[in-house]
Design a protein around this ligand. Structure first.
Ligand code: PEP
Length: 253
């Protein structure tokens, strides 16, 4: 059984007091017995303080990115060892990192190694853009992202994969649950090729892209979707809590 995971990517949003308030609002509404694991990924500068608010609570914390070098003259960057002081998760290879900051599969591979080496759980993001989907290349693109990103990385329990079609992120144009399920099935079979069936059968796969409380159950009712990565709707405590509640209604016992 794979536990349902709902992760929030706050991106470059909130000021400090808003970040604290959002966290407190979630803490006051979250159900501790939930069948759903909840992770929030605030901006770097708030991680330490938000992690203090989460001490002893069921909500976990993650970062939105990491740099692969251990330390040194890399102005502005944050290493896995720094994150490991306060985080359990880290998003790696988000399409916005790929699009605006030049994160290639090779860089993603280095970031994954660094994160896993520091016992962080990476949420590896993959997904095709609109042109790639329209050309029928979605599986080819996602397959290559998985192969190259995981190249020579030993299998580890510390890995989550998020399928986020670029055309569905922040657009309100969510992929249908059938489209998402088709690619998720493909991702699981690709991971079985790269590692083995046991690994593929047990890994947590998330769908991301315009997830809301209205559509989350459609995704989670699919056999190969174990959770969601949520952007916009995670910035409103009530909307995010509604997503968690709906996810709980279809979560495996
Ligand atoms: C994301 O950026 O990871 C994301 C899924 O965003 P949204 O939910 O806003 O589409």
């Amino acid at each position: 059984m794979i536990k349902t995971l709902i992760a929030a990517n706050w991106k470059m949003n909130t000021n400090f007091s808003e970040a604290q308030q959002l966290t407190r609002d979630l803490l006051s509404s979250i159900n501790d017995d939930a069948l759903v694991e909840t992770v929030i990924c605030p901006p770097f500068v708030y991680l330490q303080e938000i992690s203090k608010l989460l001490e002893g609570q069921s909500i976990k914390i993650g970062a939105q990115n990491v740099y692969f070098e251990e330390k040194g003259a890399y102005t502005g960057e944050i290493s896995s060892s720094m994150l490991s002081d306060c985080c359990e998760y880290v998003i790696i290879g988000h399409s916005e990192r790929r699009q605006f900051f030049g994160d290639t599969n090779e860089i993603v591979n280095k970031k994954l190694r660094s994160a896993i080496g520091h016992s962080l759980t990476p949420i590896l993001c993959v997904g095709e853009n609109l042109e790639e989907r329209e050309n029928g290349d979605a599986e080819h693109v996602v397959g290559a992202q998985l192969e190259e990103s995981l190249n020579n990385i030993e299998k580890t329990v510390n890995l989550v994969v998020a399928y986020e079609p670029v055309w569905a992120i922040g657009t309100g144009k969510a992929a249908t649950s059938d489209i998402a399920e088709d690619i998720m099935r493909f991702i699981r079979s690709k991971l079985a090729d790269i590692y083995d069936n046991t690994f593929a059968d047990n890994i947590t796969l998330l769908y991301g892209g315009s997830v809301t409380a209205d559509n989350v159950k459609d995704y989670l009712s699919q056999p190969n979707i174990n959770g969601a990565l949520v952007g916009g709707a995670s910035l409103d405590a009530q909307k995010f809590q509604d997503i968690i509640d709906k996810a709980g209604e279809v979560a495996p016992l």
